[in-house]
Design a protein around this ligand. Structure first.
Ligand code: A2P
Length: 276
């Protein structure tokens, strides 16, 4: 198995190109999953205040016995922490739950454009970055239109935009926009979410067979070849190991197009209306 490579962030730090998704695990499930994932070779873990499992993720990081400096952890602050510098106590409470002095990446969980507070919240994120408690800052579920507004006011360009991407919702325009601004795109629910529905698509089986891999590996390889950072969730050690073992084969252009053809236009979350 090849080690997970890193992708450069605009801060100069590197982010491991596959991270472990942890929603909807409880604290104790997340701790066990992180320990198993670290044993398999994962170094990147994704949580959020809203998931209610930050403490478990951090506990798993400690139990793994791996140096904190070799691990990359992300958390996200939801709408409760937008506006009025609320992100400061928000991150402080998260760090206290995690018993950490910094996170590697702090994300604004949703833009909630109707509230009109994502720009002021970003200013608070910039402070949290300059005082070192968030080594990198970014956003989640932001469309190009939201980012146009943010970038018009920001001193710091988000390092990351984490969005819902799977072959069902490939979001080419959003990915291209992010790349044009040096923003790394992370994929949440990269296998299509709970139940991994996309893996049942009959088009995937022959591709997997041709490469001698599983359909899950085909889909995760499709993310990686697009330059994305997928965050597959699994609590099963065998599937965890499988999901990071996608650096030893290459999909052809035909494979990539066949996978992209699984798109179901009009599906997926709508960040203009959805979120919390
Ligand atoms: P499990 O935790 O039992 O492995 P997503 O990351 O898109 O949200 O998908 C998560 C879902 O996909 C979970 O139900 C997870 O179940 C399942 N899953 C994760 N990896 C694989 C895989 N390699 N093959 C099949 N199902 C998978």
């Amino acid at each position: 198995m090849t080690a997970i490579p890193t992708v450069p962030l605009n801060t100069g730090a590197g982010i491991p190109q596959i991270g472990l998704g942890t929603w909807p695990l409880t604290d104790s499930e997340a701790a066990d999953a992180v320990v198993a994932a670290a044993r398999a070779g994962y170094r990147h873990f994704d949580t959020a205040t809203r998931y209610g499992n930050e403490a478990g993720v951090a506990e798993g990081m400690r139990r793994s016995g791996i140096d904190r400096d070799e691990l990359f952890v992300t958390t996200k602050l939801d709408g409760e922490f937008q506006g009025g510098d609320r992100a400061i106590p928000g991150l402080e409470a998260a760090l206290e739950r995690m018993d950490l002095d910094h996170v590697d990446l702090l994300l604004m969980h949703w833009p909630l454009p109707a509230r009109g507070q994502f720009v002021s919240t970003w200013k608070t994120f910039e402070q949290l970055h300059s005082d070192g408690r968030a080594r990198a800052i970014g956003v989640s579920n932001f469309t190009p239109a939201h980012l146009d507004v943010l970038l018009g006011e920001a001193s710091i360009v988000p390092a990351v935009n984490q969005i819902q991407i799977s072959p069902l919702t490939p979001r080419d325009e959003w990915v291209t926009y992010n790349a044009r601004h040096g923003i790394v795109t992370e994929s949440w629910s990269p296998l299509g979410g709970p139940g991994a529905e996309v893996l049942a698509a009959p088009e995937l089986a022959p591709i997997a067979q041709a490469h001698g891999v599983t359909v899950g590996q085909v889909v995760l390889r499709w993310h990686v070849q697009r330059g994305l950072v997928p965050l597959p969730k699994s609590s099963n050690p065998e599937r965890m190991a499988q999901n990071m073992d996608v650096f030893g084969f290459e999909l052809s252009d035909d494979d990539m197009s066949a996978i992209a053809a699984l798109e179901r236009p009009g599906t997926g979350v709508d960040p203009d209306r959805d979120g919390h």
